[in-house]
Ligand binder design. Structure first.
Ligand code: SER
Length: 888
């Protein structure tokens, strides 16, 4: 029978355990959402961490998964080994079976033994196992089940046979299964000095989860002994396909062959490690980007960038001059999107990101090589460690490349100093890594949810409802009563209050009963579907199990709804105008405004902005009904619904469609939020600011209806006033505008962003008013040797604003040369613009150089069509102009 493909082997494993009463559970995300300390999921048990410790209950006690894992950064880090061994990966899939307090050692060994010897048909004579040295039980089960003689069951005393996920978390002794790939390969049995060779390879790790490491020094027993096993899919695929090299399996061969086609170089022994690196790093990068991790200089994004650049450096080594990864992605998509649809959903984002990063990196490589050559000309033999480090840290130039280049010239670098600087920088990075993912899950909620179950949400249809008090909390502890003046939390069996999620803020309102009144200031969701109402007792007191009336603040909710629907229209409009790579990276939907973050590499131009806004306003003016449908996530995606990367959806999802495009809806999106019934309810819409909040992530803020009217009214007043240059009133108004965003529940970062935007607007307004006033009077248009020349001398304008006047002048002249001087305080700036055609004859840089010498400055810089410089002597402006004129 032909060898099974990697995809088939995954399937056989999962089906085997399904047949044995295990629930097949989808892989969780690489970015863990239940652990603030872990960088990436590094094994199958991560998503079950709280199930092992008893904090979380699931409706099954046996599970099986194929888990996406990344081991780069963090406790388990294989990055530097990838390429140089047949087995290391940064990204891999871990097959596993799990028992949560159900079966234990004997059954786990039995399942494993049957699968590998029967279903996989592996020759028993080529298998060995290890057990933790004190674990007689496991030893005896292996004897009994596998019929092994004592010498095939090796006792290991080291941490190799004691598995832990990280510094803390569930852990326990383990038993590993090894396969003998044959004596043609070098290597010894586990526990011997040659154990790291290629001959005896670990294929499966059975962990007998018995403990929880609570802190570094404290280990406790788990409530029930459990099982966590892990088998690297790539390794078992290699074995079953008759090789010891994971990169020789069908899956990797396809990727490597297509890399070889793209780069146009055959893979052979001499370049094999580069091909391995490319194949592995393509997988890791694509899966991380699919979850919305983008290359950056910190945290997860930094690890991603290192992986990407390491891969790209190897494609460069193989001689690639153009980006390779974005093209290679198609092969991966073909191979893996069947099991991991997120690759398909994120296809354009992944390709775009890979391409951008590789283009950037190629430039960086060129620049690095230039700098390095320059430095080489200054040294005898040893390049200082500081320079190697600067190349690495500041220019992102890989150190192994520095080393390679030096080596080829029989030079070296000061490794000791470099190492010292590296350690300092790693230490700094470590300090800055505070962990992320959800904030540590507050333990109390597990108990509350366990007792009372999920809260039923009635708020799609109702603004008010009755409920029964299930739990009361004060200072995060459960209490029997809440009394007047107490701040606390109320959990009710059902609620009309929306809990913050999907960017939409929680509702506010009132929970009351007879004399009792509790003002709800926020609502949050815990453990997916437990709604908790935060607030303060205004009057009276309340006890457990009492009935209450619950009423949300309708006006606020209606405004929030409208902003949420506007967000959907905005999302789709951004995709239509900017491209399908636009994906939501975050959003905030409040009663007074919306904020939307999305992946896009450059600022939105004015033209694009107009188009985006008109798409949204068109859909609003069509006043069409908004529909909500419930579907399975698959149906939804098949229906073209936009799903958010990195979001986990339940068995059923709400699908929101809105906007009338004849046969079709304009926007269809998975969404649990609350929405308007008709797009007309949104009211006029406008984007009021855009900014960049991280590499490749942009933020827009928008207003609608009443807030937009207020904003526009204030802005108009400001414009009028700014021409009168009444600073005091400008300030007064800018304060009013900033109050618009200065709500007490706005967080500090948001406030800062808003204030920054307002300041920018204010500055533009004041500068504009100067530009308009002064440019009218001080323009002198003339003709010199048949060329149109504008001379302009403006006072009180910061030199950095010169470009605007030059651009304006160029536009007004059509063809010609614009020479502008601006003075403020005791500085003069000069800028010269030459329209495109004339750059064949004239050079703005030359003009500026000449001019700035006269006004006592020097140099300056720019291009043929625009250049700028500074100087001191305002009295020489006319002379400078005459001198420039003489060059025309
Ligand atoms: N957690 C163990 C491992 O990663 C078994 O799944 O090896």
């Amino acid at each position: 029978m032909a060898d099974k493909t990697l995809n088939e082997i995954r399937n056989t494993f999962l089906k085997y355990f399904e047949k044995n009463d295990h629930q097949i559970v989808e892989s969780s995300n690489l970015v863990p959402n239940n652990d603030p300390t872990l960088m990436f999921a590094n094994s199958g048990m991560v998503q079950f961490k709280n199930v092992f410790t008893g904090l979380e209950k699931r409706d099954y006690v046996r599970a099986t998964t194929s888990q996406k894992c990344v081991r780069a950064g963090g406790k388990h880090n294989d990055l530097e080994n990838v390429g140089y061994t047949p087995r290391h990966h940064t990204f891999f899939e871990m097959l596993g079976n799990f028992s949560f307090g159900d079966y234990f050692k004997e059954q786990a060994i039995d399942y494993a033994w049957n699968l590998i010897t029967k279903d996989f048909g592996i020759d028993k004579n080529r298998l060995y196992v290890t057990v933790f040295h004190e674990d007689d039980e496991a030893f005896n089960f292996w004897k009994k089940i596998a019929g092994f003689s004592d010498d095939r069951i090796i006792r290991i005393a080291t941490s190799d046979n004691f598995w832990s996920m990280g510094e803390t978390g569930p852990c326990g002794p383990c038993s590993e299964i090894f396969f003998d790939h044959g004596d043609h390969l070098h290597g010894g049995l586990p526990g011997t000095k040659d154990e790291d060779g290629d001959r005896f390879i670990e294929i499966w790790n059975l962990v007998f989860m018995q403990f929880e490491q609570v802190t570094k020094d404290k280990r406790i027993n788990l409530p029930k002994p459990s099982v966590d096993t892990g088998m690297g899919l790539e390794r078992i695929a290699a074995l079953l396909q008759g090789t010891h090299d994971n990169y020789e399996t069908d899956h990797f061969k396809k990727i490597i062959n297509s890399a070889s086609d793209i780069i146009k170089i055959k893979s052979d022994k001499s370049n094999l490690s580069s091909f391995r690196v490319i194949a592995d790093h393509l997988r890791a990068s694509s899966f991380l980007i699919a979850e919305g991790v983008l290359p950056s200089n910190e945290g997860r994004g930094y690890v991603l960038r290192r992986i990407m650049r390491r891969g790209m450096r190897h494609s460069h080594l193989l001689g690639a001059k153009d980006p390779v990864f974005s093209k290679l992605f198609d092969t991966l998509l073909n191979e893996m999107s069947g099991n991991y649809p997120e690759l398909k959903r994120a296809e354009s984002l992944i390709k775009e990101t890979l391409k951008m990063e590789e283009e950037k990196f190629l430039v960086l490589l060129d620049r690095g090589i230039k700098i390095l050559n320059d430095e080489i000309s200054k040294i005898d033999k040893v390049l200082p460690g500081d320079i190697a480090f600067k190349l690495y840290e500041t220019y992102g130039f890989p150190i192994d490349l520095t080393e390679d280049i030096l080596k080829s010239k029989s030079l070296e670098f000061d490794k000791e100093r470099f190492g010292e600087l590296m350690r300092e920088s790693i230490e700094l990075a470590r300090k800055n890594w505070k962990g992320s993912g959800d904030s540590a899950v507050e333990q109390v909620w597990y108990g509350v949810k366990e007792k009372y179950g999920a809260t039923e949400f009635l708020g799609y249809e109702n603004d008010q409802a009755q409920g029964v008090i299930k739990s009361l909390l004060k200072n995060h502890k459960e209490v029997d009563t809440l009394n007047e003046g107490d701040e606390g939390i109320i959990v009710v069996n059902q609620t009309p209050f929306y809990a913050e999620s999907g960017g939409q803020v929680g509702d506010t309102g009132l929970i009351s009963k007879d004399e009792f009144e509790f003002e709800v200031t926020d609502v949050q969701k815990k453990l997916v579907d437990l709604f908790v109402h935060y607030g303060k007792v205004k009057k009276g007191s309340i006890k457990l199990e009492q009935d209450v009336e619950m009423k949300i603040n309708i006006e606020k909710r209606n405004d929030t709804r409208a902003y949420h629907s506007a967000t959907h229209l905005l999302h789709e409009s951004l995709r239509r105008v900017l491209g399908p790579h636009v994906t939501q990276k975050g959003s905030l939907v409040e009663p007074e405004r919306l904020r939307f973050d999305f992946s896009h590499m450059k600022p939105i131009s004015d033209d694009e902005m107009v188009k985006i806004e008109s798409h949204v306003n068109d859909m609003i003016s069509k006043q069409s009904d908004v529909t909500t449908r419930i579907m399975t996530p698959k149906e939804a995606v098949d229906n073209g619904a936009l799903a958010l990367f990195g979001e986990k959806y339940g068995d059923e999802v709400r699908v929101l469609s809105m906007g009338d495009e004849g046969e079709k809806y304009f926007s269809t999106e998975l969404c649990g939020g609350t929405h308007v019934k008709n797009t007309g309810d949104i009211g006029k819409f406008k984007i009021i600011s855009q900014s960049s909040i991280a590499a490749g992530v942009r933020r827009v803020e928008a207003l609608r209806d009443k807030q937009l009217d207020d904003y526009l009214k204030n802005k108009e007043k400001m414009l009028n006033l700014s021409s009168e240059k009444d600073d005091e009133q400008i300030n007064e108004l800018s304060k009013q505008i900033s109050d618009l965003g200065g709500k007490p529940n706005l967080d500090e970062t948001d406030k800062k962003v808003l204030i920054k935007n307002l300041n920018k607007q204010l500055e533009t307004l004041s500068v504009n008013s100067i530009l308009q006033d002064q440019s009218k009077n001080k323009v002198n248009d003339l003709e010199v040797n048949g060329v149109k020349v504008r001379f302009q001398n403006v006072e009180d304008l910061p030199p950095k604003e010169l470009r605007k006047l030059v651009d304006k002048g160029k536009k007004e002249l059509g063809e010609g040369i614009v020479i502008v001087f601006a003075s403020k305080d005791d500085k003069v700036g000069i800028a010269v613009g030459v329209t495109e055609k004339l750059t064949e004859k004239f050079d703005a840089v030359q003009f500026v150089k000449t001019g700035s010498e006269v006004i006592g400055g020097k140099g300056g810089g720019g291009r043929k069509d625009f250049a700028q410089a500074g100087g001191q002597d305002q009295s020489k402006i006319n002379d400078a102009f005459e001198k420039i004129k003489s060059l025309i």
